[in-house]
Design a protein around this ligand. Structure first.
Ligand SMILES: Nc1nc2c(c(=O)[nH]1)N[C@H]1C(S)=C(S)[C@@H](COP(=O)(O)O)O[C@H]1N2
Ligand SMILES: [Mo]
Length: 433
């Protein structure tokens, strides 16, 4: 039982089975009056979460998640994020807080698969590049800065599971809604430059990334996640080995002091707390590379359909998508016109257009779409929308990529809840002035 609580956080426990979560934490079945008595392990866990003893713990109701976890300053240096899991820590950003062209660090989502390292000092941190290379090397962060050109770029990072919460039947995993996406600026050296200096052998086909975080089980040497990309993608000049986020040291939860940014592909390729890049002669088979992790069926399937594991393929480029960052969902106004704005991105592609509808898709309004500030940055768009009369409206946003592919209405369902790029909808109620 202890092990169960150690492996999963409160959020996950309560999502799966609230009564057994109560049993684990409160040491007994839920009573009809819905009050519990936190004791021993449960009390210790709850205390650790809130960072203090809980004098009135006897009054805590069943199915209880401390509200401090949902409070704005629950994670130091983060601002307004919604915590969706505490172990591992996972937090997303409400769409209206992603309104900035460049995402401030405080609003960059957090997606952890394990326990972040305690020590994230840049001094003494090393990155080993080994495997199928002519010149394997171990470099400090100062070595990277000295030996390679330092570049700064705005790069979009989106979790492969963003939008999972809307899958029906539900998909197992963190229930991200809209906000597991961000576009901060990242400063670092090009992964391609470093690999070229190390001399990639012809036999190398895939990278393997390792970080300093630890597995939830606490087992020494067991990695929570280690993904990689094909050499072709690895050599793309837009990938960075980054040591700064928005011109400051990287936030500890976003991978300080060193991380990969592989833009356009699932966020999971962008290893945080980076310690090693290993060049392999086969598709990497590290944790979360195999089975159904970050993989989707190789053909469209019906919601809930069972698919053989051999028919799953690794996700590469993320699909075209957009987000409405103004107005917030549920906006009420007496104004007959409104500036609607947001961002759009399309994995390895560019976004060619973003259209809005306020009549449930009958007609579409073209928005003014900016070029990306650099390749792989999301593109900002805006439009002035006029509402014909008072009433309830939904604004729908639909981006189209450079290959003419648009966002769908319906989710392309898959068992693990990846790649939901269905249109973002925001409710607006206009009342007479
Ligand atoms: N070492 C390590 N790197 C990691 C992860 C992790 O758990 N450990 N999570 C990955 C996933 S699934 C995503 S979506 C991105 C999230 O980056 P962020 O937390 O900075 O937003 O980091 C990736 N890199
Ligand atoms: Mo992710």
């Amino acid at each position: 039982m202890r092990r169960k609580t150690a492996d999963r956080g409160l959020f996950e426990l309560y999502r799966r089975d609230p009564d057994s979560a109560d049993y684990l934490l409160f040491g007994r079945k839920t009573y009809p009056d819905r009050r519990g008595f936190l004791k021993n392990a449960g009390l210790a866990i709850m205390g650790a979460l809130v960072g203090s003893t809980i004098p009135f713990h006897r009054n805590i109701p069943a199915h209880f998640i401390p509200s401090v976890l949902a409070a704005e300053d629950a994670i130091h240096g983060k601002d307004g994020l919604t915590v969706i899991n505490d172990r591992p820590v996972n937090a997303e950003t409400p769409p209206h807080l992603l309104d900035d062209a460049i995402t401030p660090t405080g609003r960059h989502f957090i997606r952890n698969n394990g326990i972040p390292p305690k020590h994230t000092d840049a001094t003494g941190w090393t990155l080993t590049i080994d495997g199928l290379l002519d010149r394997p090397m171990t470099l400090g962060i100062d070595d990277l800065k000295r030996k390679f050109e330092v570049v700064t770029r705005a790069l979009t990072l989106e979790c492969g599971g963003n939008g999972r919460a809307f899958f029906n039947p539900p998909a197992k995993g963190d229930p991200w809604t809209y906000g597991a996406v961000a576009c901060s600026t990242w400063t670092g050296v090009r992964l391609a430059d470093v690999l070229k200096a190390a001399g990639v052998k012809n036999s190398a086909v895939y990278t393997a990334h390792e970080g300093a975080d630890t597995h939830l089980s606490g087992e020494a040497g067991r990695l929570p996640i280690s993904r990689g990309v094909p050499i072709g993608k690895a050599m793309d000049e837009h990938n960075l080995i980054a040591f700064a986020q928005n011109s400051k040291p990287i936030h500890p939860m976003n991978g300080a002091p060193l991380r990969l940014i592989i833009p356009g592909w699932p966020g999971s390729c962008s290893q945080k707390w980076l310690t090693r890049i290993w060049l392999r002669d086969q598709v990497h088979d590290g944790p979360k590379m195999t089975g159904t992790s970050y993989r989707v069926p190789n053909r469209p399937i019906a919601p809930g359909e069972k698919v053989d594991e051999k028919d799953f393929v690794i996700i590469n480029s993320m699909p075209v998508k957009s987000l409405i960052t103004n107005p917030p969902n549920g906006h009420r106004t007496t104004d007959a016109t409104l500036e609607v704005r947001g961002h759009a991105w399309a994995g390895d592609r560019r976004v060619d257009a973003v259209h809005l509808s306020i009549d449930f898709g009958a007609t579409w309004i073209e928005t003014k779409l900016d070029d990306p500030v650099n390749a792989y940055a999301w593109q900002n768009w805006r439009a002035r929308v006029a509402f014909p009369q008072a009433g309830y409206y939904e604004i729908w946003a639909r981006a189209t990529d450079s290959h003419g592919v648009s966002q769908p209405h319906a989710i392309a369902w898959n068992p693990r809840g990846y790649l939901n790029n269905s249109m973002h909808r925001v409710a607006v109620t206009v009342s007479a002035a």
